[in-house]
Design a protein around this ligand. Structure first.
Ligand SMILES: [Zn+2]
Ligand SMILES: [Zn+2]
Length: 327
């Protein structure tokens, strides 16, 4: 009798005796009698099943979470005379249709039938932040990375190496980061910045687009775009946290980005310690110099330790909790 009573009082609206409604995607899942939180995964989105609530925002403003360094760098970028005209011209030449055709032809499009668990994760990120769903693609690529591009209609591309390395929650974190770029209205500037980075690599440097880019965007414009791009990452890591709602999922994702194939052997607590150590020695001007070198080397997401340190700071400042309360 006591056991039965216990079971009844332990059940909530989302969990009946032998079924649990997925807190992320809403799918009802049959579970075994001895089911415990996080001991099974949802059949639809593949995320761990749990009775914990998952919050969503009806009308989340980007200003609730945009990193101040992002706003500042974006203001500096927008203050450059002629930048908007130059970017408009550049994107007219490179064109959204070209971007879409490239991925339609070379990458796998995620749909409710193709990789349905990834599609479900995209829907979770979009419904949590309040963003219209973009197209999502998977591209065979050994570099652990993801990106968002486009002009009017954004697309998100996940590299195969990223999916091979991350667990289900970390994959949601990466998709949510990319959806964050759309929610933060980064896409136009981000596309231009990615074009600059792509052209910095040798195989593309000889293409006509490289000459057009150099003709349309001055060195000042290019530098300001890349400097902003690093800081834009900080806002979207926050967006990722708002979707996964666990700072350590974001932290572990960064650890895998930093540690590559050795990530399974890396101690997460020591990694956090390293992030806190970084925070203590943080020096904006030195970081800027380092950025310039990294950009010259053609890397795009180079600061996992710094990004983790920023996420920890946001959580510890209480600002994250403030945004969560509004969900
Ligand atoms: Zn689910
Ligand atoms: Zn990003």
């Amino acid at each position: 009798m006591a056991k039965k009573k216990d079971e009844e009082s332990g059940s909530e609206a989302i969990a009946t005796k032998h079924s649990v409604r997925c807190r992320y995607c809403g799918q009802k899942n049959a579970v075994k009698e001895n089911y415990k939180n996080n001991s099974a995964n949802c059949g639809k989105c593949k995320l761990p099943l749990s009775n914990e609530p998952h919050k969503k925002w009806a009308d989340l403003s980007k200003h609730e979470y945009i990193h101040p360094a992002d706003s500042k760098a974006l203001a500096a970028l927008r203050a450059i005379p002629g930048i908007d005209t130059a970017l408009k011209k550049l994107l007219e030449v490179t064109g959204e249709s070209a971007i879409r055709v490239t991925f339609m032809a070379s990458a796998v499009k995620v749909t409710p039938k193709q990789c349905p668990d990834l599609y479900a994760k995209l829907m979770i990120a979009c419904s949590t932040l309040g963003v219209a769903a973009p197209d999502l693609y998977i591209q065979q690529n050994p570099i652990v990375n993801a990106f968002t591009g486009g002009v009017e209609k954004p697309i998100i591309v996940l590299h195969s190496a990223l999916l091979e390395r991350l667990n289900e929650e970390e994959t949601l974190a990466v998709i949510a980061h990319e959806v964050g770029h759309i929610h933060s209205e980064h896409v136009l500037y981000l596309t231009a910045a990615q074009l600059i980075l792509a052209i910095a690599t040798i195989p593309l440097a000889s293409l006509p687009i490289a000459a057009i880019l150099k003709e349309l965007l001055t060195a000042t414009m290019r530098g300001a775009l890349l400097a902003w791009m690093r800081r834009a990452e900080l806002s979207c890591d926050r967006a990722a946290l708002l979707v996964v709602q666990d700072p350590h999922v974001v932290g572990r994702t960064m650890m895998k980005l930093a540690g590559g194939t050795f990530a399974s052997k890396i101690n997460y607590d020591l990694f956090l310690e390293q992030a806190r150590e970084f925070q203590k020695n943080y020096d904006v001007s030195r970081l800027d110099k380092f950025w310039a070198d990294i950009i010259n080397a053609g890397l795009s997401h180079p600061f996992p330790i710094w990004r983790v340190s920023e996420i920890l700071k946001w959580v510890e400042s209480g600002e994250y909790d403030e945004v969560m309360k509004k969900a």
